[in-house]
Design a protein around this ligand. Structure first.
Ligand code: PGA
Length: 259
């Protein structure tokens, strides 16, 4: 893993936008994520798009996950959220922004169809990820199979609690979701995980320095051949080998991002 530690969430957003813009300009297939963490990076990319520095005209996108049971027009569906927060502001062809059909009458089939659509499109070039306070990625909660495919998951009570801020009350948070599996996510050619804030410090420590374990689904990044983790100081605060990561970052060999 490349571990990049930056002083502030704003610096994390700029560093992440540098990487993402490179892929977008090359016409890559982008894996998008919702949640609070990537919003600053999306804002940075919108600004760069307005300045003519980044184009999404040749890209397509796949979203990580979706609630089951919300109409896609519901303001908290991830279908709506990603459009409101990002893709509608950067000239993305709306038909090329895909997400699992959480409003389907047959979510299990919708999950399999989505997994196949990603493969049929040639896979994801760069997958953006956040991390839950409990170590989840996408909605792969602790105990998720490390080889899982897109499927139905039940949210962990901690995730229901964490996401209640987006709804009027906790009871309105759907209990079930469709999420790309850990096996699906692992097939993306580059994983880019962002984490900011001290409430992520323990999960980040488990992801980077703990064992590869279904108990911390984000630890699959250890098994991936191209994973970049960008942290602010607060999220990095429990890392034991912090000095080494800073040293390795400073002496990072140049590697082409995407060609
Ligand atoms: P957050 O969520 O960015 O809103 O903290 C991340 C996640 O749960 O994966």
């Amino acid at each position: 893993m490349e571990i990049l530690i930056r002083s502030t969430p704003a610096e994390v957003a700029v560093e992440a936008a540098d990487i993402f813009a490179h892929y977008a300009n090359a016409g890559a297939t982008l894996g998008l994520a919702t949640g609070s963490t990537p919003v600053a990076m999306y804002k940075e990319l919108i600004t760069r798009h307005e300045r003519g520095e980044v184009s999404f005209a040749r890209s397509r996108a796949f979203l990580l996950d979706e609630y089951i049971g919300l109409e896609r027009t519901h303001e908290q569906s991830y279908y709506s959220t990603i459009r409101r927060e990002f893709t509608s502001h950067v000239g993305f062809d709306d038909d090329l922004v895909k997400s699992p059909a959480g409003d389907s009458d047959d979510p299990a089939t919708a999950a399999a169809t989505y997994d196949k659509a990603i493969r049929d499109a040639g896979g994801v070039d760069i997958q953006l990820l956040g991390i839950g306070a409990n170590g989840h990625v996408g909605f792969n909660e602790p105990s998720s199979s490390l080889q899982s495919r897109t499927r139905i998951k039940t949210l962990h009570p901690q995730t229901v609690q964490d996401n209640a801020r987006f709804f009027d009350n906790e009871d309105e948070v759907p209990r079930h979701v469709l999420t790309q599996g850990l096996g699906t996510i692992s097939e993306a050619r580059h994983l880019l995980l962002l984490a900011t804030g001290s409430n992520k410090a323990s999960a980040v420590h488990a992801m980077v320095e703990g064992p590869l374990s279904a108990h911390c689904p984000a630890s699959i990044l250890q098994w991936h051949q191209r994973a970049t983790v960008i942290l602010d100081e607060a999220a990095a605060s429990q890392l034991e080998d912090r000095e080494y990561y800073v040293f390795a970052d400073k002496h990072r060999p140049h590697r082409p991002l995407f060609s």
